[in-house]
Design a binder for this molecule. Structure first.
Ligand code: UDP
Ligand code: MG
Length: 312
């Protein structure tokens, strides 16, 4: 079995050498064949200069160079696209995750399709990182229906076929387990070690939590309604339209019986509801057209078949 270890790196010059050595010693012992796939996400420091000699002397090392900083999700996506392994492991490049946990995760692939590392004793600042992530984990678990304790963990293992064709952008990488489970894969969460960041700087702050929430809305929407937008917009549109129509019918009735209605706020409400109703129905129709061209044009699957048996 070939294991691809995918490592996103952005300005980690102080960590890459120790990281390479640690990964190397763990993977050499593991027994499985492996490749180390480093993705340089537009580093402006010496990260690349330090990595290049490793790439030259070690055939197990592959290096992808981004033209600029595209973000961790993009780095993972590139890693998934270029990985040759049957199993793909992602790990942060700042040594906060411990490479020693990799064999444990890999050994569970086969029985499971996705293994999520749970940073049980997470060593990050409480107020700006751990507290927001408690809320985020709770929220994501509730909304997606996939219960995990640590969605944000950088250490995960996947059966390659699970992530090979997944579309990712924004903070989507956080939801891979949830999206994967909608396709019907088996997920397990295992405890992993976590260390404080010893060198270099964290690239994320509190603002990311807000982005996560917006992306969560997108993911939820895509999950529930991406194949049936009319069912999302239609009922509300219909309800608005019917109420608006009823209001205006009532006012028309008054008007015909000689009561002036021009000054009544209710008239505005009725007209507004009818317009909103029509707009929502039209949005639903537009959505349906988008969905049909999306599925027909790109031959997107309505269902996913297993390509290999569940055994290793
Ligand atoms: N990273 C990246 N691109 C970015 C930001 C981060 O490739 O735009 C990498 C970073 O080098 C590290 C991993 O993603 O290997 C996790 O980043 P960081 O440690 O800053 O996040 P935290 O642990 O604070 O959540
Ligand atoms: Mg980190």
């Amino acid at each position: 079995m070939l294991v691809s270890v995918v490592v996103p790196l952005h300005n980690e010059e102080e960590n890459v050498e120790e990281l390479y050595n640690a990964l190397k010693s763990v993977m050499d012992e593991d027994g499985n064949d492996y490749e180390l796939l480093f993705i340089d996400d537009g580093s402006t420091d010496k990260t690349l200069d330090i990595l290049e000699p490793f790439e030259k002397k070690d055939p197990k090392v592959r290096l992808l160079r981004f033209r600029r900083n595209f973000g961790k999700a993009a780095a993972w996506a590139a890693g998934f696209d270029h990985a040759k392994g049957d199993v793909i492991v992602t790990i942060d490049g700042d040594l906060q995750n411990d490479p020693k946990d990799i064999p444990k995760l890999v050994s569970l692939i086969g029985e499971y399709d996705v293994v999520n590392g749970w940073r049980k004793k997470r060593k990050d600042p409480f107020v700006i990182r751990r507290f927001p992530s408690i809320i985020a984990n709770w929220l994501i678990s509730r909304v997606t229906g996939v219960q995990l304790r640590d969605y944000g963990s950088g250490l995960k293992a996947y059966k390659a076929e699970v992530v090979k064709n997944m579309n990712m952008y924004g903070e989507m990488h956080r939801f891979i387990p949830a999206v994967a489970s909608w396709y019907g894969v088996k997920i397990i969460e295992v405890e992993t070690l976590h260390h404080p960041r010893r060198r270099g700087q964290s690239k994320y702050g509190i603002s990311r939590t807000l982005m996560v929430i917006l992306d969560l809305i997108t993911v939820k929407f895509l999950q529930s309604f991406s194949t049936k937008p009319m069912q999302a917009f239609g009922p509300i549109g219909l309800a608005c339209g019917i109420i608006g129509f009823a209001i205006n019918l009532y006012l028309a009735f008054l008007w015909f019986s000689g009561v002036p209605i021009g000054h009544r706020p209710l008239l505005l409400l009725g007209v507004l509801l009818i317009i909103i109703g029509i707009q929502l129905i039209c949005m639903g129709l537009l959505g349906e057209m988008l969905v049909s061209s999306y599925h027909e044009g790109q031959k997107k699957p309505l269902y996913v078949l297993k390509t290999s048996s569940n055994s290793k």
